[in-house]
Design a protein around this ligand. Structure first.
Ligand SMILES: [Zn+2]
Length: 335
């Protein structure tokens, strides 16, 4: 799978040749290609985020960059003299690339991953009690590379967790050995166990045992693990049974979700919808998810991480170099 190839959109053939050039108002010359196989004609920007746009690419990039460094929608619109509608439209177009880049990421094989999971809260629409709010975001981050596998918001209910853990199950399929660390809910372990488990027939009488797939571990913080007289609990526990061939030892130092705590701070700084002490926030779940999709793309594939000094997708071994904004905006939605 080549992210930057532009084969014929009709038949997928690579045998295409430039047909004519045409002038655009802001981008200069563009090429119309002709497919020799199926005799169709298409523009070089066909099915990319910038197809049909007339604003110069450099201006779109400047504005989206400002947004992804934490500028709110209103502030961006005032500072850059652009309508909010345009910014929202560009963000939607950019966010549309998420499925293709997720698919691309899941084509790789990984030896070992350590994943931290947590939920992040912000206000959506009117002030509601957190249990009714759609402002919960589940984050699943690979620790060493800071790659975000999951970033979805909604009501903190079964569906949100199911979605996140279905994503994790796909990652597990591509990974030899995986540990999930979370300070959050017990549901992570239980639901993951429901979604992916192996049935082990060991020849003993009775019902065959259900275990997590080989190589998968879950460690959960014991809430309220303060010292109680007479009994001292472990700080972390393994909430669901593991495969007998999994190496069970995980050192105490390894079990934490500290990188995610740091990430949460970065998210509050960089995504205006998460900023406290303002009344910007997000108007609806869909709007919040739009900003999260852009955040996911920029964080994983474009921005060099402050600590690791590389783009997370590079550190994880998915890409050789990070993507430029211009590459992202001219990538096809489907390949
Ligand atoms: Zn064709």
């Amino acid at each position: 799978m080549d992210l930057f190839s532009h084969p014929c959109p009709c038949c997928g053939n690579n045998e295409i040749r430039p047909h004519t050039r045409y002038k655009t108002q802001a981008y200069g010359d563009r090429t119309i290609y002709h497919c020799l196989e199926c005799d169709s004609y298409f523009s070089e920007t066909f099915a990319t985020p910038i197809s049909g746009l007339t604003t110069p690419l450099s201006r779109i990039i400047t504005i989206l960059k400002a947004r992804s460094e934490g500028m709110s929608l209103n502030a961006t619109s005032r500072a850059h003299n652009v309508s909010k509608k345009s910014v929202i439209d560009w963000e939607r177009r950019l966010g549309g690339l998420k499925p293709i880049l997720m698919l691309y990421s899941l084509l790789h094989q990984f030896i070992h991953q350590e994943i931290e999971g947590d939920e992040l809260y912000t206000k959506v629409d009117k002030n509601k009690p957190p249990s009714d709010s759609q402002g919960w975001t589940i984050v699943l981050m690979e620790r060493g590379s800071r790659f975000l596998w999951e970033l979805h918001c909604g009501r903190k209910d079964q569906q949100l967790f199911n979605q996140a853990l279905a994503c994790l199950a796909q990652v597990i399929e591509q990974t030899d050995s995986l540990s999930l660390f979370t300070d959050g809910e017990r549901r992570y372990g239980n639901l993951l166990f429901e979604i992916c488990h192996e049935v082990i027939r060991n020849g003993k009488p009775g019902r065959p045992l259900k275990r997590l797939p080989k190589g998968v571990r879950v460690r959960l913080k014991n809430k309220g693990s303060k010292k109680r007289p007479g009994r001292q609990r472990q700080k972390y526990q393994a909430p669901v049974p593991e495969h007998p061939q999994t190496v069970h030892q995980v050192t105490q130092q390894e079990i934490h979700a500290n990188h995610l705590e740091a990430f949460n701070a970065s998210m509050r700084r960089r995504n205006a919808a998460f900023r406290r002490k303002t009344n910007t926030y997000a108007k609806s779940r869909g709007n919040l998810q739009r900003t999260l999709d852009v955040f996911w793309l920029v964080h994983n594939f474009v921005r060099i991480h402050f600590t690791t000094k590389v783009v997370p997708a590079v550190k994880l071994g998915i890409l050789e170099t990070g993507l430029f904004w211009s590459q992202l905006l001219t990538m096809r939605y489907a390949i």
